[in-house]
Design a protein around this ligand. Sequence first.
Ligand SMILES: [Fe+2]
Length: 571
Amino acid sequence: MYILGLTTLGDSAAALIRDGELIAAAEEERFSRVKHHSGFPYRSIEFCLDYAGIKLSDIEHVGHYWKPWILRHKAMQAAKAALVSPAMFKARADRGVAQVSESYLGMFKHAKRLRERFGPGDFKFHYVEHHQSHAASAFFVSPFESAAILTWDGTGEDTTTLFCKGQGNKIKVLKRIKLPHSLGQFYSAVTNYIGFDMFAGDEWKVMGLAAYGKPRYYDFFRDKVLTTNGHGDFKFNIKVLDHHLAKHYQFPKGIIDEIGPERKRDEELTERHWDVACSAQKALEDTGLYLVEQIKDMTGEENLCMAGGVAFNSVMNGRIFHESPFRRFYVQPAAGDAGCSLGAAYYVWNQVLGKPRSFVMDHAYWGPAFSNEECRHALNEAGLKYETVADEVLLPRLAKMIADGAIVGWFNGRMELGPRALGARSFLADPRRSDMREILNHKVKLREWFRPLAPSMLEEYGNEVFGKEHHDPFMITVVAVAEEYKAKIPAVVHVDGSARPQMVSRKTNPRYWSLIDEFRKLTSIPMLLNTSFNVQEPIVCSPQDAINTFQNANFDALVLENNLVLRSAAV
Ligand SMILES: [Fe+2]
């Protein structure tokens, strides 16, 4: 039985499962080349069907990640906004009825859209609540028979935070927190306050900047903006900091009086902005830990699954991993809305149809792959000179090049699902070189100096590098590096002595594992610096995308499967 799962607004995506096994999943942005693509994921669906070699008529069920009929909160928001301030009301009104009807009412037409594009189909279309899609995306593919499940994001239909318990093939909702109380919207508002762009997904930048600041505004955020009570709830005070106003870069006097005016986009980043980022980040972490303790009390579980955009906050995740009472964790690598495509499909399979669980998602390689022949065809079309080299020779040679200072664009196997490059579409470099972060951020990726870079490491070396047990295959937690190790890998250690590792498994990515192992044999460092293979655009998907990036950016070598292009000899 084939089930298709869909995310159809921001970060749209499709996922395909067959008899409960994930077959294929990808984000639309990788095909359209538009970051955070919003809209029906035609190309992702086409990829999923082609990958499986099936037609729409083979699909029995479609799971959709949103219930479009829950619109009541929109009217409530508008009414509340009018009470708070005319400016806020205007901000809401500006979004327009047309957009709401296109975005939400348009979801009722998706079954028709599928048939119009992909031919006849006799599938049943299921609308799954957004947060239950997130919950399913984490728990049903986790290794746990039972677990507490916490999902948190900007908002779903009207829920922002969902507490669940998963047991076997069922998820039970225990509690929900609704708008306007949203950790995601709190963080997005801070993102815009610091002059970044919440629509561009700039929340990462706040977390990166936070490492440089001091929490001198922490009390303000915890007392006035993001408060918790004795009942396991949190409150986001939109009179002081409002996400919808922040979208328009408007900030109430209440916050400006306390922490100063917002930063305009072209203004210099100063220590005050670092401190605001640091304070807001700490407020988020402490609120997050508080909620995690609540769900521990509610469930008594040893295992915790997390999803939703807030679960991308790897610094908070690191604290949850090491400070919370839970013992084991699973964080969905596509924790944002793209992963809901997968979640909606599993919700139908397990929760609706009652089928048993049989699948664990232990890697993120669910996108398209390209053969050596396809790679060579693209290289020939581009007129680039290349060598085709077997792995036994290629991997040691690449390790040596990287150890000698080269930056390599590495294109290997099926593309990752989720925003992290995990060794399928990655830039690789030497983590020992202290100048490598600046070179990569400034000269290759053309982005801010404070963006941290992360290591991909052999999973067997966790204890040596961190001085304690830590396992994270998805680069989604930040953990302190052991004191004696910090000086060895300056390019991937944050200013506060932490790192965000991907622990690479020989089982799930043997070729990447072997490349890192070749680097270890040369240098005794069991890791490479890994950052996503893209420059100011979505991560590359096809050989053509990789070649375009190679031709327009400044890095030394391109590896398309077994085909090696050296810049010094490329044309
Ligand atoms: Fe979400």
